[in-house]
Each structure stands twice: as C-alpha cells, then as structure tokens.
Design a protein around this ligand. Structure first.
Ligand code: RFL
Ligand code: PHB
Length: 394
C-alpha cells in the first residue's frame, strides 16, 4: 500500500479540548495545522467530564470568538459551599476575588470547538489509527497514521501531543529526560447525571465521615452528583436507590431534605490521581493538557489546565510562525509547569481536606476539622481557596 505524504506547520495529536482549542487558536493566527483524533466525533462528544470553567478559561473562549453559547447558556457562580459537621460555609468568590466561575459542561465546550472547526473547514481526521511520532529530536518531525484503510505520513515543523493520559506522545520522550511525579488516591468518585433540578444553586463540596460528596449541575433540569467510593466498586454495585441514600446521608439535613431524586441517565466511576510529566517540551514535541498532567477532580482544574497550556502554546507557535523566534517555545515548559504545579497543589489540598482516607487516624481527622473550622472563621483562609478556585492568571 502506498503512503500518502502531506505537510503542515503543526501536527496536533488528539482532538479533545486541548487539541481542538489549539487548532482554533492557531488558525486565528493563520498557522496551518492538522488534528489527528483516534475516536469518532460522536464518541468524543458523548464523554461526560468536567463542568466548571475558571474566569480565565471563559475569557479565553470569548477572546477566541467562541463565547456565544458559554455566555448565554453558561451559569455564572459567585461562590461554592463547603459542608461538614452538619453545617455549610459559603466561599464568596465575588466578595473575595471579584471573580466568578461558569458552569458549562466539557461536552458543550467540545461542541463549540467542533462547530468552529466545521465553519472554517479546519482539518481534523477522526478515527486516525496507529498514530506514531517520528524524528521529534530533529527539525523535520513527522506523524504516521492509518485512516480509511490508507497509510498516511504528516510532516510538520512541530508536533503537539494533546492525546490525554493514555496517548502515545509522552512515551517518545527518552527515559533519561522524562521525569514523572505521581500520587494515586485510595478511592474513586462515582458520578451520576440525572434529569432532576439541582439541590442547590451553587456547588456543595461535603466532607462526611462516610466519605466525600459533591452536588453539581449542568442546568436547572440536569444535576450532576458524586460520592466517594471504593476502587473495588463497579457502577452496577450502585443502584440508583443506594446512590441517593448515600448522597442524602452525606449532606447536611437541610440540604438532604430538599434533594429531588430520579433515574440516573449516566453512571460511572473515575479513579483519582495527581500526575505531572516534566519537561513539557522535548525537541520538536510539545505536550499539553492531560498528556502532561492529571489532577483529581476535586479542584475542578483538569479542563482549565488544558486551556491555559494551549493559550501559552498558541502564543509561542504563533511567534515562531511569524518570525522564526523560539523564545516562547523555549520557555513553554517552565511557564506551563509553574501554573500546573499550583493547580496540582490546590487539587491535592482540596482532595486531602474533603475525603475520608482508609488509613486516616484520629490525628488526621482532627486536622481536617481544624482546617474546615479555619475556613469558616477566617476570611484570609477562604480568600486563598477562592483565589485558586476561580483560577490563577494565565
Ligand atoms: P482528553 O480530553 O483526554 O483528550 C485527549 C484526546 O486524545 C485522543 N487520543 C488520541 N488521538 C490520536 N491517537 C491516539 N493514539 C490517541 N490517544 C488518545 C483521545 O481520544 C482524546 O479525544 O485530554 P485534553 O484535551 O488534555 O483535555 C483534558 C480534559 O479532558 C481533562 O483534564 C478533564 O476532563 C479531566 N476530568 C475532569 N476535569 C474537571 O475539571 N472536572 C471533572 O469533573 C472531570 N471529570 C475528567 C473527569 C477526566 C476523566 N478521564 C480522562 C478519564 C472524568 C473523567 C472520566
Ligand atoms: C462537575 O460538575 O462535573 C464537577 C464540578 C466540580 C468538580 C468536579 C466535577 O470539582
């Protein structure tokens, strides 16, 4: 079979939020690019994931001409609640930071990105199989793949790995260069989506002796709830009734009493992990989003980090395309990792504060209670949480 060879400036592996936003931002600067996505469009659009956009993520989408739906259909939230010991503390983002977050599902962000790609007839290859990277340590890197039964070779100036945690990009960085840092948490999150009105207008993060719970939403008719569960559990172990009972138990009575239950329309379990790969550039390969780092969902940072990585990268690649300067590309890894590690710290801290750990003793439990009590009494403690939650500057 003959191989089809094509050239582009930037080859992007992975058409999730990181890859498709990067493609869009490059296109706006006139930088030609091609996205290779392993899955079908319908599959990518059906993945239920993140729900909270930081202030800076919304600004990025708006500045990129992608703001129409997020601004009209997203829900601006000026605070969240922390629940513990049968009571609730509100962290008032508007008062503490003059900023807010927006509830707008990752699925919707992905829809907007694919629609924008269609409009400008951008190049994305869905169901690209056997993607492999070549020559990233030289100046003529290439990606080979199979699509529609045909072998292809895509030559580029730069390759960007936006292929998530399991993608092939990170693996081409030699073992003596790549450093990884990891923490695996001894529990998972069981999440459900249900066509019921959310129990609270704002998110509630609950610390309870039976484990963590989170009340979130997608809109006024669609709720997203999570409970901490064992890693040995399967979604089938959790009937809807068992889920609602457990959630109600873990919430303060005044909230549990208001909970409207109904059949789940999606139910899944996600493990929790912190992971960072350094550096985020090797030769002509750049990594962005989950390909380089994973955070537990407790701080709602995963999608937002993918967006900030891509903002830095689009700037740096735009500069290279305009005048051949590698200044931004040379500092990309350092700049991105500085922000990544702050989000890793915040997500780890929120996770540690809010969950029940299997080996936790009385001392650990008292520390959690002291920290929650501090958040209740100290404006400065709440301000620190709020500053990180609404998002550090990009
Ligand atoms: P994605 O979204 O994983 O996209 C990577 C894309 O690369 C494709 N790919 C390949 N393409 C070509 N060839 C290959 N060999 C490939 N291998 C993989 C994949 O099909 C996919 O389309 O990474 P990206 O773009 O960096 O975006 C990151 C976010 O998706 C991620 O950080 C968040 O969704 C994380 N996350 C959550 N974040 C939150 O802020 N709040 C949440 O509630 C939340 N829930 C979640 C999550 C991530 C989950 N994953 C990854 C299992 C729940 C889950 C289940
Ligand atoms: C969600 O709505 O899916 C969600 C919200 C906040 C989080 C994690 C997930 O911290």
């Amino acid at each position: 079979m003959t191989e089809q060879t094509q050239r582009t400036r930037v080859a992007i592996i992975g058409g999730g939020p990181a890859g498709s936003l990067l493609s869009h931002l490059l296109h706006r600067q006139g930088v030609e690019n091609v996205v290779l996505e392993r899955r079908s469009r319908a599959y990518v659009l059906s993945r239920i994931r993140a729900g909270v956009l930081e202030h800076g993520s919304v600004e990025t989408l708006v500045a990129a001409g992608l703001g129409e739906r997020v601004q009209s259909e997203g829900y601006v939230h000026d605070g969240v609640f922390l629940a513990f010991g049968g009571r609730r503390v509100r962290v008032d983002f508007a008062d503490l930071t003059s900023r807010s977050v927006t509830i707008y599902g990752q699925t919707e962000v992905q829809h907007d990105l694919y629609d924008a790609l269609d409009e400008r007839a951008g190049r994305i290859v869905f169901e690209a199989e056997d993607v492999a990277l070549h020559g990233v340590d030289g100046d003529r890197p290439a990606v080979t793949y199979t699509a529609d039964g045909q072998d292809h070779r895509l030559e580029a100036e730069w390759i960007v790995g936006c292929d998530g945690y399991h993608g092939p990009s990170r693996g081409v960085i030699p073992g003596d260069v790549l450093r990884t840092y990891e923490r695996v948490y001894p529990f998972g999150w069981l999440g459900i989506l249900s066509e019921t009105p959310p129990v609270s207008e704002e998110l509630i993060y609950a610390n309870h002796e039976r484990g963590f719970a989170l009340c979130s939403m997608r809109n006024e008719h669609l709720s997203r709830y999570y409970v901490q569960c064992s890693l040995e559990d399967a979604p089938d172990d959790w009937s809807d009734d068992r889920f609602w009972d457990e959630l109600t138990t873990r919430l303060p009575d005044e909230v549990g009493d208001q909970l409207v239950t109904g059949p789940s329309i999606e139910k899944s379990i996600a493990p929790l992990r912190s992971f960072v790969a350094e550096p985020m550039r090797y030769g002509r390969l750049l990594l962005a989003g989950d390909a380089a780092h994973i955070v537990p969902p407790t701080g709602a940072k995963g999608l937002n980090l993918a967006i900030s990585d891509v903002v830095y990268l689009a700037r740096a690649l735009g500069e290279f395309a305009a005048n051949g300067s590698t200044t931004g590309l040379d500092s990309y890894s350092r700049t991105a990792l500085d922000r990544v590690w702050k989000a890793v710290r915040f997500s780890w801290w929120m996770t540690t504060l809010m969950h029940r750990f299997p080996d936790q003793d009385g001392f650990d439990r008292r520390l959690q209670q002291a920290e929650l009590s501090l958040l209740e009494s100290s404006r400065e403690a709440r301000a620190s949480l709020a500053t990180n939650y609404v998002g550090l500057p990009i």
